[in-house]
Write a protein that binds this ligand. Structure first.
Ligand SMILES: *Cc1c(COP(=O)(O)O)cnc(C)c1O
Length: 495
């Protein structure tokens, strides 16, 4: 297996190169040139393994130039001690057919932990193979969740430094406290006067500044990227869909006719991982793509036209407030038969005009595999309330979008196969909206509010959130946008 770029198939690289570089030089994303399949004996082997064993088994199929020992180190480092009950992806069942895949038992209580806990290990292993002993410097601009998940993932990982920039008044108090109290010797957190775009463009500028790169090189350092288009983030996400299937088999669920998967979607990374699992032979019937009011993907799946020229809404499921779903490029590349010219053309149209229309042939292929639906904040709130009243089970706003869209799918199609609904965040992470939905008073005192929610719903506050109450603030520096260069130098202790 080789990896190649979605915009230039002649540009072939190894898995470690794809992970170390993140994005291809002409702007394409790296994808494997073949998708490995799981035989019946593979499935039988997987049944005997725990999550760590399954992760090793699956990653080995994709990471062609990693040794068994390297994969073992990566997987154990990521998943052995960082998740509740040592199971990163447990299933809760609601009724006969609905399986909730809970991906929020990690250190930041959201699904990004599944990828960002392992990425630092994959990245440092890849860098050793491709560029020697330089220290890897990760710059992250965040509007909240990704920054914390990346900090937790890279904390004290040898050979790395991580610097996170966040907009001083653009994240919630809880998110600010989570980042400002981050532990670890190699972590740095800086507030920026400005909004998320200021932080983001500042990071991009530094990241591509050649003079700055040579300054880093003089100090035996180099920049690397942890963003969501890195194959090292996508690949580990395939594991939990395969693992969920194995769990259903072990539980003797009746999935003889296959099962559906429903994913609350933003950047299209999580649902693309489910598509890869399907292509590997997991009997997934329909991939249900759930969006909030920013429903660019719903329209795309239904019409074949991707159009980001539309009003942008701030919703109660903020991690899905996205108008450009970057990982969609990988799906279109596969569906077009690995047509790099075609992808370059439509991505060019997207950056110049904000839209493109795919061919009928590709549209039909996508509609065979995917269903697109969306819901607004009112429906999200009602769904949280209904699920709690019916099952005593509490879901967050993002998961609620998925549950709501699944209900629409079921009504529209009558397809009542078992379903796996991906639950991407703990309800305690979005406590305001969840309290509001189930009828707990929303309070300015965040800690009182989560305690009220816990008492009212008889559910436990996740440890990482409960522990924040006593967290000590370590980082208080605030920089102007212009000072971001000197902030990086100061964090890395270079001149
Ligand atoms: C990032 C995120 C999503 C969207 O996932 P994508 O891979 O970007 O589609 C959904 N829910 C939560 C809680 C997230 O943090």
């Amino acid at each position: 297996m080789k990896y190649f770029s979605t915009r230039d198939v002649k540009n072939t690289v190894s898995a470690s190169y794809a992970i170390a570089h993140g994005i291809s030089k002409e702007g394409g994303l790296f994808v494997p040139d073949t998708i490995p399949t799981l035989s019946e004996s593979d499935i039988n082997n997987l049944k005997e393994l725990d999550y760590i064993g399954r992760a090793k088994y699956v990653l080995k199929l994709f990471l062609n130039d990693f040794s068994d020992e390297e994969i073992e180190n990566c997987v154990k480092g990521a998943y052995e001690n960082s998740f509740d009950d040592n199971n990163p992806a447990p299933i809760s069942r609601l009724g006969d057919n609905v399986n909730i895949l809970e991906l929020w038992h990690g250190p930041t209580c959201a699904f990004k932990d599944l990828a960002l806990q392992i990425l630092p290990y994959l990245l440092t292993t890849s860098l050793k193979k491709t560029s020697g002993d330089n220290k890897s410097v990760i710059l992250v601009a965040t509007s909240g969740d990704t920054g914390k998940a990346a900090l937790e993932g890279f904390k004290d990982v040898e050979g790395t430094e991580i610097i996170v920039f966040y907009p001083e008044s653009g994240v919630s108090d809880m998110q600010k406290l989570q980042m400002a109290s981050q532990q670890g010797e190699n972590v740095h957190v800086c507030a920026i006067v400005g909004n998320f775009d200021d932080a983001q463009s500042g990071v991009k500028q530094i990241f591509t500044d050649n003079q700055f790169k040579s300054l880093l090189a003089d100090n035996k350092m180099e920049f690397s990227s942890a963003n969501s288009i890195n194959w090292g983030r996508l690949c580990p996400q395939i594991v939990y869909y395969i693992s969920a299937y194995i769990d259903l088999l072990n539980d003797k669920s009746d999935i003889s006719g296959g099962f559906n998967v429903c994913v609350p979607t933003g950047n299209f990374g999580n649902i693309l991982a489910a598509y890869y699992a399907k292509e590997m032979g997991i009997p997934i019937n329909k991939l249900i793509c759930a969006s909030n009011k920013n429903n660019v993907l719903t329209d795309f799946i239904n019409t074949g036209k991707y159009d980001k020229n539309r009003e942008f809404f701030l919703t109660t499921s903020p991690s899905m407030d996205i108008l450009i779903s970057s990982n969609l490029e990988r799906l279109l590349f596969i569906m077009s038969g690995y047509n790099d010219e075609y992808i370059s053309t439509i991505q060019g149209q997207l950056s110049s005009t904000g839209e493109y229309v795919i061919s009928d042939d590709i549209k039909n292929k996508i509609q065979d595999e995917f269903y697109g639906g969306c819901c607004d904040d009112r429906e999200t709130k009602e769904t949280i309330k209904n699920i709690f009243e019916k099952f005593g089970y509490l879901i967050d706003t993002h998961t609620a979008v998925a549950v709501n869209v699944y209900d629409k799918y079921l009504k529209e199609t009558g397809d009542n196969r078992p379903v796996v609904i991906t639950s991407t965040a703990s309800p305690y992470k979005f406590a305001d909206s969840v309290c509001n939905a189930v009828g707990v008073e929303v309070s300015n005192d965040k800690f009182k509010m989560v305690e009220d929610l816990s008492r009212f719903t008889s559910t436990d506050i996740p440890k990482p959130i409960a522990e924040l109450k006593n967290a000590k603030v370590r980082f208080t520096d605030v920089y102007s946008k212009e000072e971001m260069y000197s902030a990086v130098k100061k964090c890395l202790n270079i001149m």
